[in-house]
Design a protein around this ligand. Sequence first.
Ligand code: NAP
Length: 239
Amino acid sequence: MKYALVTGGSRGIGRACVQKLYKMGYEVLINYVSNEAATQEALASIDGHGQLMRFDVGDAEAVKNVIGAWQEAHPDDYIEVLVNNAGIRRDSLLIWMDSADWYKVLNTNLNGWYNVTSAVLQPMLLHKFGRIINMASLSGLKGLPGQTNYSAAKGGMIAATKSLAQEVARKKVTVNAVAPGFVKTDMVEGLDEATLKKDIPAARFGEPEEVAALVGFLASAEASYINGEVISINGGLYT
Ligand code: NAP
């Protein structure tokens, strides 16, 4: 059995990644923080052949305990693919931004990356194979007004991707980031799609499955020589 962990696997892009990795033959560990109903739907969408892993990625102790308990219960296995997908946004202009919104976004989107990655890295190195795929964003490359917190977190994740890739490449572990533009999920609910798509060369928002297809490729053996990269997937909006 080969295992993949998708953080924030209950909904949106994460759920599409769960489905893609399942089709690639992985037993998928579906992480979520609170939405039981959506997580059950995600599990049902892969015919129940997955495991649920509830924890807040921003809670270092919880991450360590849950992943540690899984590893203890599976001493001969390891998580060979990690998709660091869990993320939130709390947008406002910096001048109006509450410190709580700054810290919450940084803690979930960037400290969460550290918490989960450090919990699964050692077994990947020992087994001399691993794939870490980080869900960044256009906002982390280009910056977007109203998203200083989110841009800082995603930009930090991109920089960490490049550093870690160089640390672990010799052990045949690759670390890459995917930077989506606008993708149709709960996260973009409330955005004015009709206006925003006028600026997108492809003239539409992306589908979660399109992002998952890229994640699946980066997880595959064929992608062995791609390391430390950030791949945009945004309909031509920004390269
Ligand atoms: P979404 O539909 O809002 O889903 C968010 C997922 O993250 C849910 O599974 C949620 O779990 C989980 N999550 C949130 N906080 C968490 C925490 N503290 N610990 C564990 N899980 C947590 O979002 P999405 O649009 O699919 O976004 C997925 C990733 O893509 C995010 O990192 C986002 O920043 C990035 N992204 C999205 C877009 C876009 O246009 N949609 C563009 C660029 C980048 P529950 O179901 O339990 O709440």
